[in-house]
Design a protein around this ligand. Structure first.
Ligand SMILES: NC(=O)c1ccc[n+]([C@@H]2O[C@H](COP(=O)([O-])OP(=O)(O)OC[C@H]3O[C@@H](n4cnc5c(N)ncnc54)[C@H](OP(=O)(O)O)[C@@H]3O)[C@@H](O)[C@H]2O)c1
Length: 275
């Protein structure tokens, strides 16, 4: 299984399951729990969640799915409005309780809000020293925000989770090279552009030629990018398996070139998009 080294020296898996939109409806809960359990059975090495998802209910689902099995790498996130010195610590304690864990492997600031970064990072350092989190990082930070974060992080910003997929390649221009230079893994969220990418005729054609599905092609492309980690979400058993099977795909230079022609990288700076 591919993994990326974080600035602390610890490693994070390059692939996991996302959980946004889980825990929002009692009607879908059993199916969502079954999907996360199945992902873990298959060997998904990472789960991505957040206190925001389902108002904490996604973390509760993850906690239930984790019970009694070897732990994957767990990522969660603090809301910007909770990210004060004491608020971050309290939010992390609540997340740990819902997840039924002693430690979150990677804890992220979900997006930049009004709280000074110094406060959030001080809380992150305290949580790390107390063993309640392994590493910490950010999400939805563009290059200038990353430059500020790495001034107050004592060299420890472990990752930046951003919107990055074939149809949204803005980070290719400067954010991803900036992060690669500093060996900070980029976590690509919405790798399927929340399903929208799968209707693309060029993607479907290239996938057909490569002998895989469009979703697998979109995931395999991200997995082929050095320093990139990705977290497709599905609550459907067959899709959880389909997405996992993308890990076995090695894209040929011809397929990569066809994807670059169909989804060209940006020629100038684009502001970071956020969902
Ligand atoms: N940090 C942030 O601000 C942020 C923002 C967005 C997302 N995220 C994280 O990134 C994860 C992934 O992003 P995402 O959930 O926004 O979008 P995504 O993974 O790109 O797409 C998920 C959507 O695609 C469908 N899908 C999944 N696999 C499929 C397949 N093989 N074939 C057809 N449809 C498929 C899912 O439906 P079913 O569930 O019905 O299968 C769901 O509707 C999130 O769950 C979350 O953990 C973080």
């Amino acid at each position: 299984m591919q993994s990326c080294e974080m600035p602390s020296g610890a490693r994070m898996p390059a692939f996991g399951i996302g959980t946004w939109r889980m825990g929002e409806s009692g009607r879908r809960r059993a199916q969502e729990l079954a999907a996360v359990k199945y992902a873990l059975e298959l060997g998904y090495p990472m789960v991505d969640t957040a206190e925001m998802y389902g108002d904490g209910e996604a973390e509760t689902i993850v906690g239930e799915a984790l019970a009694g099995r070897p732990l994957p790498f767990v990522v969660s996130k603090v809301y910007p409005h909770n990210a004060t010195r004491s608020g971050t610590i309290a939010a992390c304690e609540r997340s740990l309780k819902r997840l039924k864990l002693e430690r979150i492997d990677l804890y992220l600031l979900h997006w930049r809000g009004g709280v000074p970064l110094e406060e959030t990072f001080e809380a992150f350092h305290r949580l790390r020293e107390a063993g309640k989190i392994g590493d910490f990082g950010v999400s939805n930070f563009d290059t200038d925000d990353m430059a500020e974060a790495t001034e107050v992080d004592r060299g420890l910003t472990a990752s930046n989770q951003v919107l990055y997929c074939l149809s949204r390649r803005g980070p290719d221009y400067d954010l991803l090279p900036w992060m690669r230079q500093r060996s900070i893994p980029l976590m690509a969220y919405s790798p399927l552009d929340q399903g929208r990418l799968l209707g693309s005729a060029p993607l479907q054609k290239i996938a057909h030629e490569a002998g895989c599905t469009p979703a697998q092609l979109a995931i395999a492309w991200l997995m082929a990018q050095p320093g990139v980690v990705t977290i497709p979400k599905s609550s459907t058993r067959e899709r959880v398996k389909e997405n996992f099977d993308a890990l076995a795909i090695t894209l040929s230079p011809d397929t990569l070139a066809a994807l670059d022609r169909a989804f060209p990288p940006p020629k100038r700076k684009q502001s970071l998009e956020m969902l």
